[in-house]
Design a protein around this ligand. Structure first.
Ligand SMILES: [Zn+2]
Length: 385
């Protein structure tokens, strides 16, 4: 396409004007001419999108303008092969889904397989037909969740109210916390530190007992798979069998990671999956919530969620995730992990993720927004009949 530039008139110019007015980069759609104001709006748009800044609308700028005019809800979004839909509405949808704990992948404004799969998962959970496309029904369900973070007292009250109503949903649920390793020589990752020596087995046991305290206080039945120093190591098969025999509703396994390079750092969460599309969708959602709550609350590096078919993930009959809570071999992560206050933050993040699992989807809250201290209050205000 020929570049449209200063001085021109016509339908293309008025279309460009109206898109830029919609983006609030231009004050008025009139007059119907490529004037100085339009040129500077085009430059601002190009700068914003990382395009070459020349104040003219050529091919590349036109494609970006075309994608930018779509507002979420103004058209039905679906997975189209081989030419996927592209637009700001897709990006807005992806950001929204990520925030709710559905993994769309990077918000790249392209409606690909992963986005369609995340939408299908959302549809299944709110009881819509699961076609993986985002039409009026799905938009309506998304709008019902139309909670915006606005700060201030009304927002706080609304969240406290959400807590009062749904906090008790944890009551009576059974959760198994699995501190990794332990027993005999199975210490996991070990890092000497002067006269001290930090071990994965001890640190994850500390985290597990903190989590046990918080989850019990919230009314859950909590079991740990092992004590502080078991006589012999336990396999993943044995841990899974224990959780199955307890009829647990959820299992969270806690590990730390280690690497020869000090630079390796960050948190990663694993759920069951074979990499061929077969995965535990509930486990996947729990993994996404755990991962995002920890990353947002602690600022640890995001090593994302991954599907694995490890024994513990494969053999358990309840949603199960394993979290690798940072690299003990990284000075940055280690500093956090040996600080009890930081460990408390991690525990709060996991608690918030578990709570969000039991919120009805339409009452879900933004990541990092749950004040877990409210849990106890929610419980104590419950009629004790
Ligand atoms: Zn481990």
């Amino acid at each position: 396409m020929r570049s449209i530039r200063r001085g021109e008139t016509g339908p293309a110019v008025s279309e460009i004007r109206s898109i830029l007015v919609g983006l609030e980069l231009l004050g008025s759609a009139e007059p119907d001419v490529f004037d100085e104001a339009l040129e500077s709006a085009v430059r601002a748009f190009q700068q914003d999108r990382g395009l070459g800044i020349d104040g003219m609308v050529g091919d590349e700028t036109w494609r970006a303008l075309d994608a930018a005019r779509w507002r979420l809800g103004s058209r039905t979004l679906f997975h189209s092969v081989p030419d996927p839909l592209v637009g700001e509405d897709v990006r807005a949808l992806q950001e929204r889904m990520l925030e709710m704990g559905y993994d769309t992948g990077r918000p790249d404004a392209v409606y690909g397989t992963r986005t369609a799969r995340a939408v299908a998962q959302f549809q299944r959970e709110v009881g819509l037909s699961t076609d993986g496309s985002c039409g009026p029904q799905t938009m309506k369900a998304l709008r019902r969740l139309g909670r915006k973070v606005v700060g201030g007292r009304p927002q706080w009250l609304r969240e406290a109210e959400a807590f009062r109503q749904s906090g008790p949903n944890l009551v009576g649920k059974t959760i198994v916390i699995d501190p990794g390793h332990g027993g005999g020589t199975d210490t996991g990752v070990v890092v000497p530190d002067g006269p001290l020596r930090w071990t994965e087995a001890d640190l994850v046991f500390d985290l597990a007992s903190r989590l046990e305290g918080r989850l019990s206080a919230a009314g859950m039945r909590v079991h740990l798979t092992r004590g502080p120093s078991p006589a012999k190591p336990m396999t993943g098969v044995e841990r899974a069998a224990l959780a199955n025999s307890l009829g647990a509703d959820l299992l969270i396994s806690l590990h730390l990671d280690g690497h020869a390079t000090e630079a390796a750092e960050g948190v990663a969460t694993y759920h069951y999956g074979t990499g061929t599309g077969l995965s535990s969708t509930v486990g996947e959602r729990l993994a996404n919530l755990v991962q995002r709550e920890i990353v947002v609350r602690t600022g640890m590096h995001d090593c994302r969620t991954h599907a694995k078919s490890w024994d513990l993930l494969r053999l358990t009959r309840m949603p199960t995730v394993r979290v690798d809570l940072g690299y003990l071999t990284s000075p940055v992560d280690r500093e956090r992990l040996i600080d009890p206050l930081c460990r408390e933050q991690i525990v709060e993040a996991i608690l918030a993720a578990v709570q969000r699992m039991y919120f009805p989807v339409e009452r879900d809250v933004p990541t990092g927004s749950i004040d877990v201290r409210q849990l106890r209050m929610a419980l104590s205000s419950r009629p004790s009949s």
